[in-house]
Design a binder for this molecule. Structure first.
Ligand code: SF4
Ligand code: SF4
Length: 58
């Protein structure tokens, strides 16, 4: 399963965007991280990179 971002917790630091090997993550119009579920390979690199634990496996 792909990962999901808790947008209430995300502080928009962009760390997850930089570590994703398949560029599945991007910052949306509100500056919050968003995951393209059709691209995510569930490597979980972003889960460890997030300083506020906003990303989790679905
Ligand atoms: S789990 Fe891996 S592939 Fe999926 S969004 Fe996070 S870093 Fe990218
Ligand atoms: S690393 Fe966490 S806080 Fe930073 S943009 Fe990604 S989800 Fe948001």
């Amino acid at each position: 399963m792909p990962v999901t971002v808790d947008k209430d917790t995300c502080i928009g630091c962009g760390a997850c965007v930089g570590v994703c090997p398949v560029s599945a993550l991007s910052l949306d119009d509100e500056g919050k991280s968003s995951c393209d579920e059709s691209v995510c390979i569930t490597c979980l690199s972003c889960v460890g990179a997030c300083p506020v634990s906003a990303i989790s496996e679905k």
